[in-house]
Design a protein around this ligand. Structure first.
Ligand SMILES: Cc1ncc(C[n+]2csc(CCOP(=O)(O)OP(=O)(O)O)c2C)c(N)n1
Ligand SMILES: [Mg+2]
Length: 802
């Protein structure tokens, strides 16, 4: 249904008519899919449905100007657009609704996302990048309203940068930066903070971004009068509008039911953004929701009779139909025939999607029931037929119904032994393992491009290497990295002109240019979004968040978007964004946090690296730039002025991501730590030796991935005692480490005494030296806690200290 036409070319009436009727076919098909989709939910075949009804027509107009190389960052209403650019079929809409887990049938997420969350593949099957310049691209939708905006900024920013930057394979992603990033957002979602944050940034940077606001006057039940100042988002945004003297947005408004106006408006928006790199807002008004917000409720509950009547009359599909007839393009008879064909087609594809979905499940049930029958014949004392009849009478079974039935049978037969029971157990294990691949895989990169592909290269020192401040090492390493990787760009608050607040980028803007090392406004969420979008378009961005404490502003986007991206696209998209920040030991409530537990519980899907010094940190950047992985690196704030030897092979030497490092040998107690507290542990260990305690110190370096070569377990086999020290809250990252060691790696068996964690207090750290001493673990605390473990184990030789 490719519907690109050259809107400036004179065409014959027949060609025009053909185009119009093709467009009409798409909107009618799309509407019918919405109507039948909703019915599938109400009849229980699907769990939840949200559709693009009432927004069909503007999406046809948008699709006409959407070119290869362009990107969409939108939301759940865009099914008509996806159909119009040939990236979504009716069968796929229904496969999504049923949560078919076959990626070939449900290419958006292999059943992981609810329907109507769209994307196009950006990676080939081997994990290599597709040439997005040859494709019509969509970044992957998420449900959180407004969260498509931050990444939209990066998608647009990439075009801006590509106008001036050229690198090895940049032609795979761009044609001189002429690509537009197209955003779509609902009227109510413009109330979200990130919407305004991104708008401001896009206006400042003048990037080729076109944001369509689908305005149906509602956000579920809440009307514009309760959502938006002046009840009108384009009016509210008038201060963002460009003038003859000042740069800003072009703001266009159009009614969503007017086919010719929509086509003209989108042509205009496209020209302005593509050629001039001016961002554009298209406020599409007077849209409707013919079947309400979603399948979870009816809009008759909150819309007045008059509004419902108005929506019927102003339905964009109805108006398009009227326009076709009024302008003599077609007639009633021809349109009825088109509509009837569309309905038939949707019904056929719906049925096909259902058959494709349910057939393998029915086959699984059949296989299982055969095993159950054999089991029944063997164990006649048990009424296993009951299980069979219960399962057989389910008309549309889920995999859960089958597996749960089988697991219950095993429990019933707990006191029996037979080959038949063994067969059923094997079947359960094999079926469950298959499901792991389907539901629990691809949280992290599993392609050959992942961190495991990076070989260890040791730092090389020569005899003349002098010790310098850590920040010099990291700066020189960044300098070398920028020369080596021409698609590397670094940006953040104060990162450009002064080279970051700790001068780890000092002077690098002068050397590498203000496009590659640059300042950004104070807007953490959209700094991260910018990084995500740039990473999707071939750049290797390092997005800098000034302090770890301020990562919280970006945590929602990191968690909802970046962390889920690879998983939710079943490995078809990845954003190898590196987030650089610094944290741990400064002073005060908002400058010394170490909320690692918060990160660990919200950022699964992103690597979390915690270097103790700048050589180690540099090695991590070097490794990450050799592979395709999203990661957060938290540099130690008090590490910039520590003296270290600078390696000769800057940008080359690597750290094996996920490997811990043994810092000191010992045989009585294992102390595990990372980051700034690691140095305290090293100091404490010297005094502990004087007290007769021999400590083995392990720096985990990476929290995700974690201790891949099991250094901690190896150490426990020797010491049989464990202390974990960090400056997160009690129950934070130290408990994560404990769970990994004790439960996941089965470390319990090697312990002779209770494992302990030593953390900061539960409150944010108080200010000043004493605030720190009484809030966070000190050397004294570490000595006493490690010693207490020895005291518990052997009180005769280690008498109580305090
Ligand atoms: C952050 C967040 N808050 C709330 C919701 C629940 N929610 C889903 S859609 C929606 C309304 C969105 O309205 P609008 O932006 O106008 O889009 P429409 O559905 O009308 O096209 C809400 C509140 C959500 N998904 N995400
Ligand atoms: Mg709305």
């Amino acid at each position: 249904m490719e519907n690109n036409i050259d809107l400036n070319k004179e065409i014959s009436f027949e060609t025009f008519k053909k185009q119009v009727l093709e467009d009409y076919t798409i909107i009618v098909t799309s509407r019918e899919a919405s109507l039948l989709g909703r019915r599938e939910v109400l009849s229980g075949k699907a769990k939840f449905g949200i559709f693009g009804d009432g927004k069909e027509l503007p999406q046809i107009a948008l699709a006409k100007v959407f070119q290869k190389g362009d990107f969409r960052s939108g939301y759940y209403r865009d099914q008509t657009f996806m159909m119009a650019i040939d990236e979504l079929t009716v069968k796929q809409i229904f496969s999504g609704l049923y949560a078919n887990t076959d990626i070939n049938e449900e290419p958006m997420s292999a059943g992981r996302q609810m329907g109507a969350h769209f994307n196009t593949p950006l990676l080939n099957n081997d994990g290599s990048w597709k040439k997005s310049i040859q494709l019509k691209n969509s970044s992957s939708d998420i449900s959180c309203t407004g969260s498509q905006m931050p990444r939209l900024l990066g998608l647009a920013q990439a075009s801006k940068l590509y106008r001036n930057l050229d690198f090895n394979n940049s032609k795979n992603f761009t044609n001189n930066g002429n690509e537009i990033a197209w955003g779509t957002i609902g009227n109510a979602s413009t109330s979200e903070g990130v919407f305004f944050e991104v708008l401001n940034a896009a206006g400042v940077h003048q990037v080729p971004m076109v944001i369509s606001i689908w305005d149906d006057n509602y956000g579920i039940s809440v009307e514009n009068k309760d959502q938006t100042i002046k009840e009108d988002i384009s009016e509210a945004l008038s201060g963002f509008k460009r003038t003859s003297l000042k740069k800003g947005f072009e703001i266009l408004t159009v009614n969503g039911w007017s086919y010719p106006d929509l086509i003209n408006t989108y042509q205009k928006a496209s020209d302005i953004a593509r050629v001039e790199h001016v961002p554009v807002i298209v406020h599409v008004k007077e849209l409707t929701q013919p079947i309400g917000h979603s399948s979870s409720g009816s809009h008759e509950r909150y819309k007045s009779k008059e509004r419902l009547e108005w929506e019927k009359l102003n339905d964009c599909n109805v108006k398009m139909r009227q326009w076709i007839i009024d302008n003599g393009i077609s007639n009633e008879e021809e349109l009825i025939s088109i509509e009837s064909k569309c309905k038939d087609n949707v019904r056929i594809f719906k049925r096909e999607a259902w058959e494709t979905y349910i057939t393998p499940i029915l086959k699984t049930r059949e296989d299982y029931i055969k095993l159950l029958d054999t089991l029944s014949r063997k164990h006649t004392d048990y009424n296993l037929n009951l299980f069979k009849s219960e399962l057989s009478k389910i008309k549309e079974p889920n995999k859960k119904d089958i597996l749960s039935n089988a697991r219950k049978v095993i429990r019933i037969l707990i006191n029996e032994n037979s080959n038949e029971i063994d067969s059923l157990k094997n079947w359960i294990i094999s079926f469950s393992n298959k499901q792991k691949k389907i539901y629990n895989s691809k949280l992290y990169n599993e392609y050959d491009t992942n961190y495991k592909s990076v070989k260890k290269i040791e730092p090389i020192y020569n005899s003349e290497s002098k010790k310098v401040d850590g920040r010099i090492i990291i700066r020189n390493n960044f300098d070398s990295l920028l020369s080596k990787h021409d698609n590397l760009i670094i940006f953040g608050e104060d990162s450009g002109k002064i080279g970051d607040v700790n001068q780890g980028l000092e002077g690098l803007q002068d050397i590498h240019g203000d496009e590659r090392v640059s300042d950004r406004g104070i807007r953490e969420a959209s700094i991260i979004g910018e990084g995500i979008g740039l990473a999707l378009r071939g750049f290797r961005p390092i997005a800098e968040i000034q302090y770890l404490d301020y990562l919280l502003y970006a945590l929602q986007i990191l968690s909802d978007d970046l962390a889920t991206l690879h998983y939710r696209t079943f490995g078809r998209q990845i954003a190898p964004l590196i987030i650089r920040t610094r944290g741990h030991r400064l002073e005060g409530i908002w400058h010394s946090g170490s909320p690692m537990g918060a990160l660990l519980s919200t950022l699964r899907g992103i690597n979390i690296l915690v270097p103790r010094n700048m050589v180690q940190a540099s090695g991590m950047y070097n490794s990450l730039l050799k592979c395709q992985e999203p990661a957060v690196i938290i540099e130690s704030l008090n590490g910039y002025r520590l003296k270290e030897k600078q390696p000769d092979n800057l940008s080359e030497f690597t750290i094996l991501i996920g490997e811990s490092e043994k810092i000191k040998n010992g045989d009585q107690i294992t102390i595990v730590s990372y980051g700034s507290t690691l140095r305290l542990v090293e100091k404490a260990a010297i005094e502990l030796e004087d007290l007769g305690v021999s400590c083995e110190i392990i720096d985990v370096q990476c929290l995700i991935p974690f201790d891949n070569s099991n250094l901690i377990i190896e150490s426990l086999k020797k010491t049989n005692k464990l202390l974990i020290v960090d400056e997160d809250l009690p129950g934070g990252a130290s408990s994560y480490i404990l769970q990994k060691v004790i439960q996941e790696r089965d470390g319990f068996q090697y312990l002779d005494s209770s494992p302990l964690t030593l953390t900061s207090k539960a409150h944010r750290p108080a200010y000043g030296t004493d605030g720190d001493y009484f809030s966070k673990p000190s050397i004294d605390d570490i000595i006493e806690t490690a010693y207490s473990i020895m005291n518990e184990y052997d009180p005769n030789n280690y008498p109580e200290l305090i």
